[in-house]
Design a protein around this ligand. Structure first.
Ligand SMILES: Cc1cc2nc3c(=O)[nH]c(=O)nc-3n(C[C@H](O)[C@H](O)[C@H](O)COP(=O)(O)OP(=O)(O)OC[C@H]3O[C@@H](n4cnc5c(N)ncnc54)[C@H](O)[C@@H]3O)c2cc1C
Length: 419
């Protein structure tokens, strides 16, 4: 495949990366091509979480790269993580997502807002091979996450959590769970939404009720989780500096790194598909010549490459950015735009790559059909493309845009320009 040695879909351009970033990228590419690529089809076919790959990733120190050195990590940047995610996702989407969630997501939320004890717990688990789970979505509270009904009731020196979450990535394989719940004090007063840490197999009352049956990403279990009187000590409540009342916004702000990560997985799948398409177009002959000689396909290739480069640049910029008040996380606007653009472009690119393969694109013996199933997820999970557009528009207008039926009138009357 062209992607490995000649630069492939990067066209050999470094796009402003520094020598140490290029070295990390090259190491990840070599790992991906030699260890991940040969396993990708079987991971999908067998629908098994790839523990062998996880062990190899841990040995190669690709897990927990962003964890600060004082907790055993390497203190690497989100851009470093992005470079590794792309290389893994070119070969195997599940492996790309493992890199996201062992360097971003719940882990980075704990690293930003956690106590010493919580940071050590998360770092130790991840460095030993755990992919933490983030538990927000409920059957009746998807995009409208604030409508969640999972509750954490303060009892003595801790909380008792009850409720149900679904589509939780890693359900049944993850050990560390960051559970979002509405918090109530001893008198039943609603304190807002908080995060609670629980370790599966250690905490009683955390049950995986079901594994979702999915279109793609089949090696990564998506689980429905039930919490039945799950006892969480107060020391495992994740309370951002602003407290529970405004804490959900802080906790979700940490999620901006996850959005950059998810967009990068989509972009990586697209880059892998384009590498395949380029090779195929040069080698497949019809009408007595390689199909790459037909201008109809040349222009498809050029459009695919253009969208890919734009996605890559947006994701790099988002990964390098910092949110308001020099936050530790990517800028929400750049993260949202990068995810919208990269996820939608990736679906188009993979679809066109599949088209270039003709019937073989539709065959399970070739990787394109797997890539087409996998890539479809990225306009849905981690904030849908529609909800992220609402976020972007809200920031452009300087309004908070509540989605309730009477919310717009209220927002128009009270623009929140300062936010
Ligand atoms: C593979 C996968 C992995 C996931 N992993 C996790 C995970 O680890 N943890 C977790 O908590 N969740 C996870 N999710 C859940 C994901 O975050 C939700 O699916 C997503 O937030 C959308 O919620 P929903 O599916 O209930 O759709 P709904 O909210 O019901 O939306 C249905 C449709 O309506 C649109 N819509 C909704 N509200 C608006 C609006 N205000 N304006 C315009 N359009 C709107 C949506 O864009 C969508 O097209 C995962 C989902 C998938 C598919």
């Amino acid at each position: 495949m062209t992607g490995g040695t000649t630069g492939g879909t990067t066209g050999g351009m470094t796009l402003g990366l520094h020598p140490d970033e290029l070295a990390l990228q090259a190491r990840a590419r070599e790992f991906s091509q030699s260890i991940v690529r040969p396993r990708a089809a079987a991971i999908d076919r067998d629908e098994q979480y790839p523990w062998d790959i996880v062990r190899a990733l841990a040995d190669a120190k690709f897990l927990g790269m962003t964890i600060p050195a004082q907790y055993g990590g390497q203190g690497r940047s989100f851009l470093d993580a992005v470079l590794v995610i792309e290389e893994m996702a070119k070969a195997c989407t599940v492996t790309g997502r493992i890199i996201v969630e062992t360097n971003m997501g719940a882990l980075s939320t704990v690293m930003a807002y956690g106590s010493e004890q919580q940071k050590r717990l998360a770092a130790d688990l991840v460095l030993a091979g755990d992919k933490p789970a983030i538990c927000i979505t409920e059957p009746e509270a998807g995009s409208d996450a604030m409508a969640m009904t999972t509750r954490a009731d303060k009892r003595g020196d801790g909380y008792v959590v009850n409720g149900r979450k679904h589509w939780i990535t890693g359900g049944g394989v993850s050990r560390l769970h960051l559970i979002f719940a509405r918090v109530y004090d001893e008198r039943g007063a609603d304190l807002g939404i908080g995060g609670f840490l629980a370790v599966r197999d250690e905490a009683k009352g955390l049950r995986v009720a079901k594994r979702e049956s999915t279109m793609g990403l089949r090696g990564m279990p998506e689980g429905e989780l039930v919490f039945e009187d799950l006892e969480v000590p107060a020391a495992m409540a994740l309370v951002p500096p602003s407290g529970f009342r405004r804490g959900f916004a802080d906790l979700m702000n940490a999620y901006n790194s996850q959005r950059v990560g998810a967009g990068t997985v989509a972009m990586g799948i697209a880059a892998g598909a384009l590498d395949h398409a380029l090779d195929w177009a040069k080698s497949r002959e019809q009408f007595g010549r390689p199909i790459a000689e037909f201008q109809g396909l040349q222009w498809m290739l050029a459009d695919m490459q253009t969208q890919l480069t734009a996605s890559r640049l947006m994701l790099y910029a988002a990964a390098r950015s910092r949110g308001p008040a020099d936050s530790a996380f990517p800028d929400p606007m750049l993260a949202a735009q990068a995810k919208i653009f990269a996820s939608e472009a990736a679906i188009r690119i993979v679809n066109d790559a599949l088209q270039m393969f003709g019937a073989r694109g539709y065959s399970r013996e070739f990787p394109l059909e797997r890539m087409a199933r996998d890539v479809r997820m990225f306009t849905i999970g981690g904030g849908t493309a529609q909800v992220l557009r609402t976020l972007v528009a809200g920031k452009m207008l300087g309004w908070k845009l509540p989605q309730t039926r009477d919310g717009y009138a209220e927002a128009t009357a009270r623009p929140l320009a300062a936010e």
